[in-house]
Design a protein around this ligand. Structure first.
Ligand code: A3D
Length: 320
């Protein structure tokens, strides 16, 4: 059986980390694409030279021409610019929308049947634009954000409770902005919901609220520490979990930005919701019931995404 082909569009901080993880997990052969000459070739060669040490088999190819992604099974898009301190994700929209147009054209021409995962910010608007530019069927394109946001929340919770991260589940929905919606009720330690853990004295409501707030601002916390860019290890790991669920038909239930056609009262937008990812891409969109407070938070988050989508339509009227 031929190895799967995984194309990484953008060979920067996240792209390079993705390329390394694909090898370590033996998910397939890798094409690294970037407009910067030498970077994808150099990173590909460097990782290929680590393979004998780590004992994995994968071919690496660096490219500056879209023809190299031809027939890719999975495409992960990180092309564009990341945030610097003081910038919001939304400040990136002008530059990254143009990048999505170029990337979408490449995908349309060379790999229209791939499963596409977008990471470029502002996430929910960029994945929406990328779907329009590429023409990829909506069930074959998703945005990575919820897995990362949930992982951040899980990390904070595991530290607070002094338990394994493996036994902490978390649920973060909505757009990937500071008004994302961490669903405390659906987040658990070994199946015990967080509100019960507060009642059991494991933590206080104040501390839980602070962890929710830290999760919402988790991306900014890293940007302020790094100063030269944004998070890349956890974002890459999160996208790999999504790619793996598709490639191995694992049917994992993961929070991702998915194209909604009326679910949660939202139409023609990508918003973070729980989905099942299997060999057909997005195989199911899970609709959970919200409390009045959660619904209000979700609607606020959706309104922010709508604002970004409207801004895209203004910048590029072809999207309207
Ligand atoms: P960075 O290390 O700058 O890599 C981006 C790469 O894109 C660079 O190598 C550029 O040369 C390349 N590039 C720019 N324009 C093009 C183009 N037209 N075609 C192909 N390649 C191009 O950034 P990064 O890897 O740290 O982050 C990449 C993106 O992910 C940014 O937009 C971040 O904001 C975003 N990001 C999203 C999350 C989410 O959770 C959604 C988390 C972290 C970062």
């Amino acid at each position: 059986m031929a190895r799967k082909k995984i194309a990484l569009i953008g060979a920067g901080q996240i792209g390079g980390t993705l390329a390394h993880l694909v090898g370590l997990k033996e998910l397939g052969d890798v094409v690294l694409f970037d407009i910067a000459e030498g970077i994808p070739q150099g990173k590909g060669l460097d990782i290929a030279e680590s393979a004998p040490v780590d004992g994995f088999d994968a071919k690496y190819k660096g490219a500056n021409d879209y023809a190299a992604i031809e027939g890719a099974d999975v495409i992960i898009v990180t092309a564009g610019v990341p945030r610097k301190p003081g910038m919001s994700r939304d400040d990136l929209i002008g530059i990254n929308l143009k990048v999505m147009e170029a990337v979408g054209g490449g995908i349309k021409q060379y790999a229209p049947n791939a499963f596409v995962i977008c990471i470029t910010n502002p996430l929910d608007a960029m994945v929406w634009a990328l779907q329009k530019f590429s023409g990829v069927r909506p069930e074959k394109i998703v945005g990575m954000a919820g897995v990362l946001d949930s992982a951040r929340f899980r990390h904070f919770l595991a530290e607070e409770f002094n338990v394994s991260v493996e036994d902490v589940t978390a649920f973060v929905l909505g757009g990937h902005g500071d008004d994302m919606v961490p669903l405390v009720r659906y987040s658990t330690v070994a199946g015990i919901p967080l509100p019960d853990l507060v009642k059991m004295g494991w933590t206080s409501q104040e501390k839980l609220d602070a962890m929710v707030e830290r999760t919402r601002k988790g991306g900014g916390e890293i940007v302020n520490l790094l100063k030269t860019g944004s998070a890349f290890y956890a974002p890459a790991a999160s996208a790999i979990a999504m790619a793996e669920s598709y490639l191995k038909d694992k049917k994992r239930v993961l929070p991702c930005a998915a194209y909604l056609t009326g679910q949660y009262g939202v139409k023609d937008m990508f918003v973070g919701v729980p989905i099942v990812i299997g060999e057909n891409g997005v195989e199911r969109i899970v609709e959970v019931e919200f409390s009045a407070e959660e619904k209000a938070m979700f609607e606020k988050s959706v309104a922010s995404v709508q604002g970004l989508v409207d801004a895209c339509k203004q910048i590029n009227p072809a999207l309207a």
